[in-house]
Write a protein that binds this ligand. Structure first.
Ligand code: AMP
Ligand code: GLY
Length: 423
């Protein structure tokens, strides 16, 4: 089969490496892919948001199946456009991708169907929002309604910060049209868990849980990033909590989307917070997480393509999805200065990997035989171990062998997760 994967980051590299193991696939295209993905798939210089070029390419190459990985093309209706020309896809259609595309939609969905989440207010103009924030409890969380490259969430720890956030989102439009509406919500506390789940709209099969590390610096200091590392499984996510989440969050969400006439098929990402009052939804994503995918898929034992086809055909069963009883850690190496300002074009030399490790390339391009940095997050160094401690140790051993003079990484990925064992 000929498969194409839309996207060009570390997540897509991990998806492609997993797809490569499927005996059913003989050709993989990546649109646009990147300099590292080029070792595992044929990269085609078409942007992930260029839906008409994607459709033309799929037609001309007689593509059999498409995996649409990033949020933008999903929210823009890439799956609808490909389905229209008869190409089956992994990923939700536009109507369902709104679960990530609009925070106002997802918050209202949770309220309507009683799915636990932070209390919130929606505003469509700055003056009402500013008035509300004069008396709101602090800290408070302010979220732009639409997609904002993962930067549309501001946790205000002072009233002035909250007021500034509203002004910059709604008046200065720092996130463009994404900030026409905002959600102002209650600040929650507790360990965070990411759960990615396969769903065909009827059956929900959660994958192994994981933990992201969003801040740029050690001990969760510095600015928010797209994610500086992950571990799986997440030890805070016990079997009992998993049961509660299935009953109060996962199934109700899939059923709610059906009831709204927006059946979700694909990978539904639940960003959860385990609060003293039980698990609550922080965010939904309509896709695989990045860099969660870089620890979850290496632990998947089953053939991912069989699962994806079952999602498309609505024949998904829990038995199809088996995970190794091991742990994984992914350390992101980013360009110095990320997430603010950084330079590209530095040479990267990768060490050899083993059966238990992978280096996923997120932001790099090929220059002849050389690999040059070309992005904020550049590499995701993943290792599997028999337990979390071993996985972390192996991931850092490999990270230290990467030659990239302009790179930096956090030294404490997984440290918080290990603490769970001592509680
Ligand atoms: P998001 O971009 O929605 O993933 O949010 C980024 C981060 O902000 C999350 O991973 C949480 O750490 C934090 N966050 C979002 N909403 C809340 C909330 N209501 N209370 C506390 N922290 C939050
Ligand atoms: N790691 C968070 C995300 O993929 O949005």
């Amino acid at each position: 089969m000929k498969v194409m994967v839309i996207g060009g980051g570390g997540r897509e590299h991990a998806i492609i490496k997993a797809l490569k193991k499927s005996p059913k696939i003989n050709t993989i295209f990546a649109l646009p892919g990147n300099g590292g993905i080029a070792d595992d798939a044929t990269c085609v210089n078409i942007g992930a948001k260029d839906i008409s070029a994607i459709v033309d390419f799929a037609k001309s190459e007689n593509i059999d199946y498409a995996v649409v990985a990033p949020d933008d093309p999903l929210v823009l209706g890439c799956v609808d456009a490909l389905n229209e020309i008869g190409i089956p896809c992994f990923g939700p259609n536009k109507a369902a991708a709104i679960i990530e595309g609009s925070k106002v939609f997802s918050k209202n969905l949770m309220k309507k169907y009683g799915i636990p989440t932070a209390d919130y207010f929606v505003f469509n103009n700055a003056s009402d929002a500013l008035e509300h924030l004069k008396t709101a409890e602090i800290p408070v969380v302010i979220k732009a309604d639409g997609l904002a490259l993962g930067k549309g969430v501001i946790i205000a720890t002072t009233r002035d910060e909250a007021l500034d956030a509203v002004r910059s989102i709604m008046e200065d439009k720092v996130f463009g049209e994404s900030g026409n509406n905002i959600v102002v919500e209650e600040f929650l506390t507790g360990p965070e868990v990411s759960v990615l789940a396969f769903t065909d709209g009827k059956t929900v099969v959660p994958m192994v849980s994981s933990m992201d590390h969003k801040r740029a610096g050690d001990n969760d200091t510095g600015l928010n990033t797209g994610g500086m590392g992950t571990v799986a499984p997440n030890p805070y996510y016990t079997e009992d909590i998993a049961k509660v989440c299935m009953e109060t969050i996962f199934l109700p969400t899939v059923n709610a989307m059906n009831a709204e006439g927006r059946t979700f098929k694909g990978c539904l990402y639940f960003g959860l917070m385990l609060t003293p009052k039980g698990p609550k939804v922080i965010e939904y994503n309509c896709r695989f997480g990045d860099p969660e995918t870089q620890v979850v898929l290496p632990l998947l034992e089953s053939d991912i393509f069989t699962i994806m086809q079952a999602v498309t055909n609505e024949t998904l069963t829990p038995e199809m999805v088996k995970f190794k009883d091991s742990a994984a850690c992914c350390v992101i190496i980013a360009s110095k200065g990320y997430p603010v300002k950084y330079e590209n074009g530095f040479e990267i030399k990768l060490p050899a990997t083993t059966i238990d490790s992978s280096i996923y390339v997120a932001g790099a391009k090929k220059d002849g035989e050389k690999l040059l940095s070309a992005g904020g997050r550049v590499l995701g160094v993943t290792a599997i171990g028999e337990n979390l401690e071993k996985a972390i140790e192996k991931a850092y051993d490999l990270t230290k062998k990467v030659e990239f003079s302009n790179g930096f990484y956090r030294n404490d990925i997984g440290k918080r997760a290990l603490k769970a064992y001592n509680n």
